[in-house]
Design a protein around this ligand. Structure first.
Ligand code: SAH
Ligand code: SF4
Ligand code: F3S
Length: 438
């Protein structure tokens, strides 16, 4: 590549993909290439994709279809598909979309520069050949939230989930490397360190001495000048009492936990291979609330898993009513080829799934708004992230509770911690105003 090369990177999916995109862009830019806003101005278009649900596949395939015309207009344009959908569909991707030049799975993304060179001569498909490599981005896109993967891959094989097939087996990263990167980011002024893993709290069992995730948190908590530590996604089966204690006692760990529940029915949890039941899940929730009474809790829920009956769904509604999550990400079950659940003959009809999903969303939205209402009038510290997307005359800050607050303020405050008085509540967060001395 050379200095005139322009590229456009489109990122889909979870925070792990946001992180991988930082690695990809820093590698591509290290050759002198630079990013452009419009895909039609680019010499290379890179998709970093997700395939967790069918809707994620469709987003990418829809765009790829649109970009066929760009390839006609500029035969030198290179189209790269990276990420989880690349790993899932591999060769099929090029057969279906001949405009694609390079297909590269997540474990090979660190080789993207040499693969792009090869793809200029012939089409390349590069899938899961290598062991996972941990690479820090050579440069980061901002200096507010610093993502650091503590592990890659997943061994859980929840029966609905494609992730273990596309991200491979769990591999933890040595603690020293994680702490060193966190220290470097804190020195650079990052306000928030965000630890990532498909199953972040199964960290360490594959490493010598079997360090635990709670021990890792303790080390990171001790870094000089660190302000906020977050992590996703913990798995309930590995959320042991030492981790509950660590969240409570480590002062820089945000008092906000995202704990995917998936279902409130023990029968469905078993069919999902989640390895916990609702009683064990509730025990963790109560343990966390005992340590930190005001802790913010969020979750993921799947509606319409094969064989889910009205009674199973009612049990999910019950537990949602009981727990009173601050926030939930709620999904209609989407069959993924190759997973065990996709083979179950008893699939729930689409209309029933959607009907249940809307009922759940309605219930949770009311809970989220009511929980946020309770904070109106309080002053919360927030880390200012950007101009508000809804109203660019305002700033958007994130509270420790991981909910956003929009307020009027100067854009020089982006990246700073400020105190904001919450004046009105919504399902998504609050509107507020800067507090005295904020
Ligand atoms: N590793 C994380 C996140 C996995 S994907 C974890 O275990 O929590 C994020 C969420 O997508 C999951 O928590 C689940 O709720 C949802 N999800 C995964 N596969 C799905 C599928 N096939 N259909 C619908 N939702 C799914
Ligand atoms: Fe998927 Fe389960 Fe692994 Fe999460 S823990 S990535 S839901 S298999
Ligand atoms: Fe999607 Fe891959 Fe993340 S499937 S949710 S981008 S791990």
């Amino acid at each position: 590549m050379n200095k005139e090369i322009k590229y456009k990177l489109l990122t889909y999916g979870c925070q792990m993909n946001d992180y991988d995109s930082e690695v990809i862009s820093s590698l591509v830019e290290s050759t002198g290439a630079y990013p452009v806003e419009k895909p039609e101005d680019a010499d290379i278009i890179i998709f970093n994709t997700c395939c967790v649900r069918e809707s994620a596949d469709n987003k990418v395939y829809g765009r790829l279809g649109q970009y066929k015309i760009l390839k006609k207009e500029n035969p030198n344009l290179l189209i790269v598909v990276a990420g989880c959908l690349a790993e899932k569909d591999g060769e099929k991707m090029i057969k279906k979309f001949p405009q694609v030049d390079l297909v590269v799975g997540p474990r090979n993304a660190y080789r993207i520069v040499s693969l792009i060179e090869q793809a200029k001569k012939k089409k390349i498909v590069c899938l899961n050949q290598d062991d996972a490599v941990f690479l820090n981005p050579l440069s980061r896109s901002g200096n507010i939230t610093g993502y650091i993967p503590v592990s890659v891959g997943c061994d859980c094989f929840c029966t609905y989930c494609i992730v273990p097939y596309v991200r491979g087996r769990l591999k933890s990263r040595p603690a020293g490397e994680i702490v060193a990167e966190a220290e470097r980011l804190v020195k650079q002024g990052f306000g928030e360190i965000f630890l990532l893993g498909q199953n972040v709290n199964s960290y360490g069992f594959d490493l010598p001495g079997k360090p635990t995730f709670a021990e890792l948190l303790e080390k990171i908590n001790g870094i000089d000048g660190i302000r906020r530590i977050r992590f996703v996604s913990p798995h309930p089966k590995d959320f042991h009492p030492d981790l509950i204690k660590a969240v409570g006692k480590l002062e820089n760990v945000c008092k906000s936990v995202h704990l995917p529940m998936q279902s409130g029915s023990n029968r469905i949890l078993k069919l999902m291979n989640r390895k916990y039941d609702r009683e064990q899940y509730l025990k963790i929730i109560h343990g966390l609330r005992k340590e930190v009474p005001e802790i913010a809790l969020s979750t993921d829920i799947i509606v319409g898993f094969p064989g889910e009956t009205n009674e199973d769904f009612e049990e999910t509604l019950d537990i949602v009513r009981d727990v009173q999550f601050d926030l939930a990400f709620m999904f209609a079950y989407s069959p993924r080829d190759g997973t065990a659940a996709a083979k179950i003959p008893d699939q729930v009809p689409h209309d029933e799934k959607m009907n249940h999903l809307y009922r759940l969303i309605e219930m949770q939205n009311d809970i989220s708004r009511a929980k946020n209402e309770k904070f109106v009038g309080q002053v919360l510290e927030c880390l200012v992230e950007s101009l508000s997307k809804k109203d660019p005359t305002k700033l958007t800050g994130r509270t420790e509770r991981n909910r956003v607050v929009n307020f009027t303020g100067d854009k020089s405050l982006i990246g700073e911690f400020v105190n904001v008085k919450l004046t009105s509540a919504f399902t998504w967060g609050w509107i507020g105003e800067m507090a005295e001395g904020g």
